[in-house]
Ligand binder design. Structure first.
Ligand code: SF4
Length: 396
């Protein structure tokens, strides 16, 4: 458990440099006013733009916000604030909405890393400015019941369930480290909303940051293997055309059918992706709801002692219009546009077989099955709600 440091006076400049999303952080600019266009274009803000791109790349590579950014720690508070603003503007204009949401998660987690160890006064100040007043003492803090429910609902860990909390006179008492976790959620919610931009600004950003967006498209689809998992590194470039297409649909912010959402989650689990990665895959969905998605992903992946549901076989995917073995003419990459001869082999009956044939390993009954006969098949079973908007009747 993180240890809260002794109390110290709060310096506003440092506070806003650390938490640039707080209302009032614009005071770092003093009397200077900086327009969106100036921030995007003027040489005077080149350092802030570079640092902003660093923030964006760090989120793409490290969605858990585990790494410290040295460049950020060294920068002047005003530059830090402008770099945050630049990153938020750029990602609000990004062609793939998932990039903004991923960045929001990463920035929120980085803030949590600090909030879990700061003096209680700082924790209380951040909570107050975020609009979730907290009354912290040395060991615990109290949120209003409404605020607690709003912040805790997307968190799936059992210890955040209301039934396990101490509620006194309409206030929920939580340990300070848990208060920090709830504030992480407040930051994520705040940053996940794109800033409204004029159409010509969106066009300008997309043109100016084209290389960055291309880089993100390559970096972000990389799934993360479950810690201690047996499937080894995940190799998305060896995924079959159907799964690659489903990933692209979500990345482009388009709707993926219920059957497709289920198939993708079940498939990613069996190739060893961790739950965070599977949830991330759905962030681009137009109706993405973190709480529901987490619940449904858990439901798919926890079945059978963690083995999870079987992804559907090829003939099932074909009947749902989800087989793309003939190629996808709308794809950006030539290999996705072309017909894939592997999918026409007579013995190919399952997307996991395809992955094995290409050298990927698949978790089978809790064990890696890379050595299994690639022509072996996996049967379909009944399936639960797919990740996305549909709420399971069994949801707590
Ligand atoms: S043949 Fe099977 S593995 Fe290949 S794209 Fe179609 S559904 Fe996917």
């Amino acid at each position: 458990m993180a240890v809260h440091r002794a109390s110290a006076p709060i310096d506003e400049r440092s506070l806003f440099a650390e938490y640039p999303f707080l209302p009032g952080a614009e005071s770092l600019l003093g009397a200077e006013s900086v327009s969106v266009r100036a921030l995007l274009e003027e040489p005077a803000f080149g350092t802030a733009r570079t640092l902003g791109r660093t923030r964006i790349r760090a989120a793409a590579d490290d969605p858990r916000g585990l790494r410290d950014l040295d460049e950020l720690a060294r920068a002047d508070p005003t530059v830090r604030y402008l770099s945050f603003l630049f990153a938020r503007i750029v990602l609000s204009a990004a062609p793939a909405p998932a990039t903004l949401r991923r960045w929001a998660v990463s920035e929120a987690k980085r803030s949590y890393g600090r909030l879990a160890a700061v003096p209680t006064e700082e924790l209380g100040e951040v909570a107050r400015r975020l609009g979730y007043p907290l009354t912290p003492t040395d060991a615990v803090g109290a949120f209003s019941l409404v605020d607690y429910l709003r912040l805790a609902t997307p968190i799936r860990e059992a210890e955040f369930r209301l039934a396990r909390q101490e509620v006194v006179h309409g206030a929920v008492r939580v340990e300070l480290v848990r208060a920090a976790r709830l504030l992480q959620e407040a930051v994520r919610l705040r940053l996940s909303v794109p800033v409204p931009l004029a159409e010509d600004v969106v066009r300008r950003v997309r043109e100016q940051e084209r290389e960055l967006f291309e880089e993100l498209a390559v970096r972000m689809p990389l799934p993360v293997a479950r810690p201690g998992g047996l499937a080894g590194p995940i190799q998305p470039d060896r995924f079959p055309p159907c799964m690659r297409k489903m990933q692209r649909i979500l990345q482009q912010g388009e709707n993926l059918s219920h059957a497709g959402r289920f198939a993708l989650a079940a498939y990613l689990h069996r190739v060893g992706a961790d739950e965070e990665t599977i949830v991330d895959a759905y962030r681009g969905a137009p109706d993405f709801d973190e709480s529901i998605t987490r619940y449904q992903v858990e439901h798919i992946t926890h079945r059978d002692g963690g083995r999870g549901y079987e992804p559907p076989e090829c003939h099932t995917l074909r009947s749902h219009g989800l087989c793309f073995r003939d190629g996808d003419p709308s794809a950006a990459e030539p290999r996705d546009r072309d017909r894939d001869p592997r999918c026409f082999e007579p013995y190919l009956r399952h997307p996991l077989q395809y992955y094995r044939l290409r050298g990927g390993t698949v978790i089978d009954r809790g064990e890696e099955s890379g050595a299994e006969d690639p022509r072996a098949t996996a049967g379909s079973r009944d399936r639960p709600d797919a990740p996305g908007r549909t709420r399971s009747t069994g949801r707590r």
